[in-house]
Design a protein around this ligand. Sequence first.
Ligand code: SF4
Ligand code: SF4
Length: 432
Amino acid sequence: MVKQILFILSMIIAFGILAYSFSRIVAMFKLTKPFPIKNIGLRIWMTLKVAIWQSKIFRRPVMGFFHALVFWGFCVILFGSLDMMIDGVSGMEKSLSFLGIVYTFLMAFGDIFALLVLISVVIFLFRRIFMNVRRFSGIEMKHNSHIDANIALSLIFFLMVSLLLMNANYISMHPESHAAYPVSNLIAQLIQPLSHHGFYYEFSWWSHIILIFIFMNILPYSKHFHVFMSVPNVFLSRLDPLGKLPNMDNVTKEVKIMMDPNLAYATPAATEAPPERFGVKDAEDVTWKSYLDSLACTECGRCTSKCPANITGKLLSPRKVIMDLRARMKEKGPSLSKNKSFTDNKSLIRDYVTTEELWACTTCNACATECPININHPILIMEMRRYLVMEESSAPSGLNMIFSNIQNNGAPWQFSSEDRMIWAKNLTMKVK
Ligand code: SF4
Ligand code: SF4
């Protein structure tokens, strides 16, 4: 009974803090612009392929394999964590064991995956601490980013150790259950002299559950928030071909009328309000999907490592653009959600992402292709450029010339449209 009360209290505190963290994030989402969601069937297929099967992570087969093991391990181990929580509340032991063979199967896989996740995490930590992996560096990768990653990986390490010890101690007390824990069964044989009474089991049980509570509450403030965010982010992936840039409907309508004045009479007078903003200047101008992208980013650097602008020494790093959006929302969002007209005289453009970075993008989409969780960097970059061009008229001089040529000549070249056929003046052509 005492254990039950203590557990319920710990669970209320842990989930209470988590709910508070999520409420703060929801407040940030409320500041952003709409993003329509259609085609649910295709989205489910995309989620199964990219998020569950982890298809894009295997673009780097070796490290991708270890990362996929961690993801699949988490999914299976989650079942055991749910079982523990039900035990903690109900005071029972192995509450979900009524599922019979399914239970035994999931517990056995959870036990095997605990070891695989442990090995993978040791490899990840070794790479981060002792190997100079280029994609883990860059101007956006501050000291805190590395500390954050190492803390989260260390926590996963201790989570797996406590899980295996808990299972091993359980086997020592209930030898008939060895089939459900193939890895811990071996550990149980090593620790047998210590673990024959309940104290060690209770200690490892509490260690594991408290680590789960700590881990889930650190996630919303860590790059490992992708544990929660990556699957929804893949579900909400952009389904249009990557190279297709979205137009603004009212601008498209204006251009069409300009090109064909007859449309002005055919089209009913516009009733919709003009857009408050063209493109993105600051964090609150993005769609909630772009903000979700920024929360889901794992900071793995795969995007930047394939960006031709970054590879050729330009300032642009697509990972930085995404991380900058997250940082800017964290800075401005809390005050803006309290006071809608709040301003700190700063903006995402220039104070975080420079115009030099923005204009270095070739819109090749290598970053979006490479990102394992389908983050769409070019859309955000294009929207910031849209703001610069349409609200500030501050495109680079070469582009400004092209814009005026299009306006004056209907083509990007500096020749009048009337002179377009001069080249054919002296040609004789047979017209049928
Ligand atoms: S689309 Fe832009 S940011 Fe992305 S890889 Fe290409 S150049 Fe880099
Ligand atoms: S945007 Fe995608 S590829 Fe780039 S660092 Fe984030 S998760 Fe990795």
